[in-house]
Design a protein around this ligand. Structure first.
Ligand code: ASP
Ligand code: MG
Length: 400
């Protein structure tokens, strides 16, 4: 919803879905850049804006676009009505700026739909039990859309984004990356949490839990040129054999910390990571090396934004407390991951991945795996090379 033109374009597309016999609920987000603008304005007035008031403010971006879209629809002869989150009522908890949806009352909306009206709902916002306005975290309109689709038992939830689907990897790094026709919820969750920013992670979790059929589409395609985007499916839904690897994800926002020469005795992991968790720092990968001479080295990764803070915590408090020899850190690392549900039934994916990286002389610093994912930490300077060679080695550039 970047401009008046784009809003009219959205209205045309909505009108067509409606003409084709569908009942349509449209969840909109703010005009592009608007939420950022509002947050910057708040910070200009108060460096640490009060979160209740911040939500009152940043929810306004969506209040503007619901009205604009409703006007545009009425102008082309489509009956339409806008709703804020609290008018619907999208009930959330009271965690301002990252509230969770508890319940959606679909009654009013359903009445309008039965009345042949297109319903337009402000995404990203809700209301708590005391009537306070809340917001759902950045990108939260995705979650609003999925939650409404679940509440109204919609046939499909289509999320229009600035890309035309989910890709095997970022096409800016690998031009041969392909758009996937389908991907499973689990894979999508891994891709999202590993740095592919197509959808808000919570919306994918929600869709998986409530079995909402979800499709990612482009909001930029012109009428008549639309593609089918990417369908996010339940694994059971597909009769096709799953590809071994569906995508290569990566994340640059990583940093590694190592506590060297830690006495190797019970409780050490807790003594190191307990205070880190208490400081609200998220830990991702963890490695404890095999001990020798009664000591060991202990490494973990955090978000790069937390690097300085974590290093200071380790040096000032944890190192003297556990009696470690030294602390070292590296904030020039990245994480590269291969994701695919097909891995479950195909052994050897990890060894292939390690071989490909070795052939390029890329040193693996850390490894972590799940049933459907293998992640490695490597030097940031190898990120693009690693993504490219893995994408090719797993034949993701080839049509299936
Ligand atoms: N306008 C909100 C944001 O920028 C919600 C969204 O776009 O999904 O994060
Ligand atoms: Mg978005």
């Amino acid at each position: 919803m970047g401009s008046p033109d784009r809003i009219r374009n959205v209205a045309k597309r909505v009108a067509r879905w409606k003409r084709n016999g569908n009942q349509v609920v449209v969840v909109v987000s703010a005009m592009s850049g608007e939420t950022n603008r509002l947050i910057a304005l708040a910070k200009d007035v108060s460096p640490q804006p009060d979160e209740r008031e911040l939500d009152v403010m940043i929810s306004t971006g969506e209040q503007v676009t619901i009205a604009l879209l409703a006007m545009a629809l009425k102008d082309i002869g489509v009956s339409a009505k806008s709703y804020t989150g609290s008018q619907v009522k999208v009930l959330t908890d009271s965690t301002f700026t990252k509230a969770r949806i508890l319940d959606i009352d679909g009654q009013n909306i359903q009445r309008d739909l039965d009345d042949d009206t297109v319903v337009i709902v402000a995404g990203f916002q809700g209301v708590d039990a005391s009537g306070n306005i809340t917001t759902l975290g950045r990108g939260g309109s995705d979650t609003s859309g999925v939650a409404l689709a679940a509440a109204l038992k919609a046939d499909e939830c289509q999320i229009y984004t600035d890309v035309d689907g989910v890709y095997t990897t970022d096409p800016r790094i690998v031009p041969e990356a392909r758009k996937l026709d389908r991907i499973t919820f689990e894979e999508m969750l891994e891709m999202a949490s590993l740095g592919s920013k197509v959808l808000q992670i919570r919306s994918v979790e929600f869709a998986g839990k409530y079995k909402v059929k979800l499709r990612v589409l482009s909001s930029f395609e012109e009428e008549g040129q639309e593609t089918m985007g990417t369908l996010i499916t339940l694994e059971e839904d597909t009769t096709m054999e799953q590809p071994i690897i569906s995508g290569i994800a990566f994340n640059r926002d990583e940093a590694k910390l190592t506590v060297l020469g830690v006495p190797d005795h019970p409780g050490i992991a807790y003594q190191i990571l307990g205070p880190v968790a208490d400081a609200n720092i998220d830990i991702d990968m963890i490695i404890q090396n095999v001990g020798h001479d009664g000591t060991t080295d202990f490494s973990f990764t955090v978000n790069r934004n937390d690097f300085v803070r974590t290093k200071a915590l380790l040096e000032d408090q944890i190192k003297p407390h556990v009696g470690a020899r030294a602390v070292s850190g590296d904030n020039k690392i990245c994480k590269v991951s291969a994701v695919g549900v097909g891995m479950r039934s195909h052994p050897g994916v990890a060894s292939k991945m390690f071989r490909i990286l070795a052939e390029e002389g890329i040193n693996i610093q850390m490894i972590s795996t799940s049933e459907i994912k293998i992640s490695v930490v490597v030097d940031e300077k190898y990120l693009e090379l690693a993504v490219r060679v893995l994408h090719r080695a797993f034949e993701l550039d080839q049509a299936t």
